[in-house]
Structure formats: C-alpha cells, structure tokens
Design a protein around this ligand. Structure first.
Ligand code: SF4
Length: 502
C-alpha cells in the first residue's frame, strides 16, 4: 500500500508542477538566499563582540523595530558573558512589549490526516513507521472536532495534514469550510465559533495556494525544519517530495505570489546548530521583505520531542538545552522584532513559564494531536496516533488563568485578516506601533467575550481584574471618541452581541 502511495505521490507531484520546478524563477543568478558560507563567515568574524557593540545593536532595535543585519545577529549569538545575556533577555522582553504589549494569542491544533508519503526521520507520521495508525478525518468529523474546540472557547485553530494525495488542497480547503461553518453555544451563553484557521501543510503550487486564499486561510505555515542543506538531506530522504530542499524553501514566495499575505516560517530545533538556524531564519525574513515587502507573520521553533517508534529523536547530536532555547527565543525576538513567535504545548509548563516573557506572542492550550482525538479522547499514552508527545496538556481555561496570574491578557482577536490588516499593511502598523492599539482594543473585546461565554468562575474572577486594568490603560492611549466606542461595544457584548471589533 505504501509503495503504491509513493508512486501515486510522485505522479501527483509531476502533474502539479507541469515542468516548472516552482523555485528557479525566484532565485537571483540561480543562487539561494540561504548563503551558508556567509552565515559561517558572519559567525566567525563576529566572535567576542564587545558589550558596547551588543548594547548599541539593542538600542537601535528599540528605536527602529527593523530586522538587524546578519553580522549584528551573529555578534549577539556569539555573546559568552551570562550577565550580558541577561541584558539581551531584558531587551527582548521590552521589544515584545513595545510591539505586542502584554497580549498572548491562543490557538489549538487540529490534526486532520496522518497519511504521509514522506519519511522524515524525526516524525511518527513518516511512511515507514509501521506502528502508526493511519487515518484521515471525514469533513463531518472535522466539524465535530471543531465544535468541541469552539465549545472550549477557542477562536483560532491551526490545522495540520501529512503530505499525501488524500489530503490535497481540495481536501484542505473543504476542511477549512467545514470549520468556518461551526456555530455552538457558549457554556455560559453567547456563541462559539472558529474565526481564523491557520494551516500547517506541505508546500504547494501558486494555483493551490490561491484556492486556500479564497476560502479564507489565516496564516500558511511551512517550516524548513533545518536550513542546513546537508542535514536537510540526511533527515529528509531524497526519494521523497520533502527531500527537495528548494521546493520547500521557496514555498513562501509562492504563497505571497498567490496573495496569501500571512506566512509562517520555522525550524525544528535539535536537527542542527541552533545558531546557524537563527541566522537562516533571519535570512529568510530579509529575503521576503526584499522581494515582497512583507516579512514572516510568525516564526515557530518547536524542539524535538519523543515520538512513537522514532529513535532518531533520542540520538540527535544537536539537542537544544533549556538555556540555549532561551537564547534562541531572545535573539529571534530582537533580530525580527515585528514577527509573531509561537511557543507550543510541546514544552512543559515550567519551560513555558521561563521563556514566555522573552518574546512569545502565541501559544496553544487544550491541545490534542491525534487524529480525531478531541472527540474520541484517547489517552496520551496512545502515542501511535500522534506525531509526537506533548509536554503540556492543560485546558484552555487553565491556560487563560495561568497567563492572567502572570499579568497577560489572552487575545482571541481574529479581526486583522478579516478587515485587511495583513501583509504589508500589518507590517507597517507593527513597526510603527499602531497595530498595538487596534490589537489592544480587540483583545479587550474578545477577552470579554471569553469571560462572558466560557470562563470558569475562578478564571472569570482574575480575568475581570485584567480586563479592568486594560481598560484603564487604553483610556490613556486612545482619543475620547474611540474610548466611548469601546465602552459601547463592551456593553453590547454584555447584552449578548458577539464578534464586534475595531
Ligand atoms: S514531518 Fe510532515 S512530511 Fe515529514 S513525515 Fe511527518 S507529516 Fe510527513
């Protein structure tokens, strides 16, 4: 069955490309924007940076909120003095606050299919993993999963699919339509629904991405996993579709060409030297900015996690320690100040607590990563149905309360893409700090909705205090008319109206 699938997949790929390799037209002089020699040179030439140099890089970021150069980023990565790292962590948390305030966006993953023709060494869904139970949700099952998530209070999902003709773009588009059609009643009243669906899937052609654009995709996520070409070909066998490094590397170019404005890039930490990956992520951001005027909407940085029958994970030579994980997050925060940064429930609570202030803007709660696992609630030990094993399985309500206890407001806002604040427009708003105000107002409105409809008494109590604090803050920041409008919207929410936004 699997051999047949691989042949079907190869034919499927050839038919989709029709002679176009999907990347050459974007290359300058047939040269990729990941310049490995330059990355190593930058790391070598910026060894032992002086504290004054590092401080002046940080000052400039605080002023401009622009990406820094590869040389400056390499200098930060080469810092050895732990006290100077404390200053870098502090600056990263200020950058986060300046651009994204004290908001954290939450979401939940929805795994739709684990059929996959690829054979990535680190993944339980790889085609040669015979213990994995294969399944693709029907559209009715997708809807039922989304209903459960909407009943928890989630407004954003990220759907995930293996690469396979069974989960082609038409299937993906239909899952999005199924999810957007969901309407449920809140626990306390009001209405639950999923308002933004981000997609994590295999790279696609421009035409396929246009189909996803038209059904209202949120962010399109494809992680390069590792930008280091030799390592890439070791962990992604060359006889697979994913074995094609450049097809994957240029998929965000195709997404932006297709008008999918919000793109999410990422690496799987533990495959190669994390310092190299930071410089490669920055190169990717600079390339997208140069070619399209838009950097990545989000950067993801999962660390390798144990997975069923997947020994590679235990044997990796590049595991990232907790201390280096903190340095990775802080450096990316400073290097690409405007980008959203996603920390997932792969990480256990104590790590999430330790790193969240360094620049994280999005995280998930109540997550289950088996196919159909929200409805069927099989236990965490049934690893053969999952891609990897989660580190934090707290419910959304507990997560919202936990964040409130640390002073964060959870934003359930999904207004941005629905009123055109995406792509270049949102980049400008983020860099100038204007998006902060829209987001602050919308975070207040959606938090209020959550507290009204879904929160437990305990969460509602602490959440109400956070809400009052936010309202007081916003009063000082916006014109009187805007504040009056906010108060009017809040009272309309109390009266039962939903999905009001600025
Ligand atoms: S990482 Fe993705 S492409 Fe690779 S085997 Fe897993 S599901 Fe398939």
């Amino acid at each position: 069955m699997w051999v047949e699938s691989i042949n079907v997949a190869k034919k499927w790929m050839e038919d989709r490309l029709k002679g176009d390799d999907g990347f050459s037209k974007y290359m300058d002089n047939k040269k990729s924007f990941i310049d490995e020699k330059k990355i190593w040179k930058c790391l070598k030439e910026n060894r032992d940076p002086s504290p004054s140099k590092i401080r002046s890089i940080m000052d400039e970021v605080l002023q401009n909120k622009d990406c820094i150069s590869l040389e400056d980023c390499a200098a930060i990565l080469n810092v050895k003095n732990e006290d100077l790292w404390k200053e870098i962590f502090h600056t990263a948390s200020i950058v986060k606050k300046q651009v994204y305030d004290n908001r954290i966006v939450t979401f939940a993953p929805l795994y739709c299919s684990n059929y996959c023709v690829n054979n990535c060494l680190y993944c339980a869904f790889r085609r040669e993993n015979s213990v994995e139970i294969r399944r693709r949700l029907t559209l009715d099952e997708v809807k039922k999963e989304a209903e459960i998530l909407a009943k928890m209070g989630h407004k954003r999902l990220i759907t995930s699919y293996g690469e396979h003709p069974l989960s082609d773009v038409n299937y993906i588009a239909n899952t999005l339509k199924a999810i957007y059609s969901v309407r449920v009643k809140g626990k306390r009243g009001g209405r639950g629904e999923i308002r933004r669906v981000n997609v994590n899937a295999a790279p696609m052609t421009v035409e396929e991405l246009e189909i996803l654009r038209d059904v209202g995709i949120g962010t399109f996520q494809v992680f390069q996993e590792t930008y280091h070409m030799k390592t890439y070909s070791e962990v992604h066998p060359p006889d697979t579709i994913k074995g094609n490094y450049f097809w994957r590397l240029y998929c965000m170019h195709r997404a932006l060409e297709a008008g999918v404005d919000d793109v999410g890039i990422g690496v799987l930490l533990g495959l190669f030297d994390w310092r190299f990956e930071v410089l490669a992520l920055l190169s990717h951001a600079l390339e997208l900015e140069e070619k399209f005027g838009i950097g990545p909407h989000t950067v993801s940085f999962p660390r390798l996690r144990p997975a069923a029958n997947t020994p590679f994970v235990q044997n990796s030579a590049y595991k990232v320690s907790d201390e280096d994980f903190m340095k990775f997050i802080a450096t990316v925060r400073i290097a690409i100040p405007y980008t959203g940064m996603i920390l997932t429930a792969r990480e256990p609570e104590h790590i999430r607590r330790r790193v969240i202030h360094l620049g994280v803007t999005q995280t998930d709660f109540g997550s289950k990563i088996g196919i159909g696992s929200y409805r069927e609630s099989y236990n965490e030990q049934e690893a053969e149905k999952q891609q990897f094993i989660l580190g934090d399985t707290r419910e959304l309500d507990e997560g919202v309360r936990w964040l409130a206890e640390m002073g964060y407001i959870v934003s359930f806002c999904t207004a941005g893409y629905r009123c055109g604040r995406t792509g270049i427009r949102i980049m400008k708003l983020l860099k100038t700090g204007k998006e902060k105000i829209f987001c602050k107002l919308n975070a207040i409105l959606t938090y209020k909705e959550y507290l009204e409809d879904f929160a437990s008494d305990e969460t509602r109590e602490i959440g109400t205090k956070i809400l009052s604090r936010e309202i007081e803050e916003v009063k000082k920041l916006v014109p009187e008319r805007t504040f009056e409008k906010l108060m009017e919207y809040l009272s309309r929410i109390e009266d039962g109206e939903r999905d009001i936004y600025f």
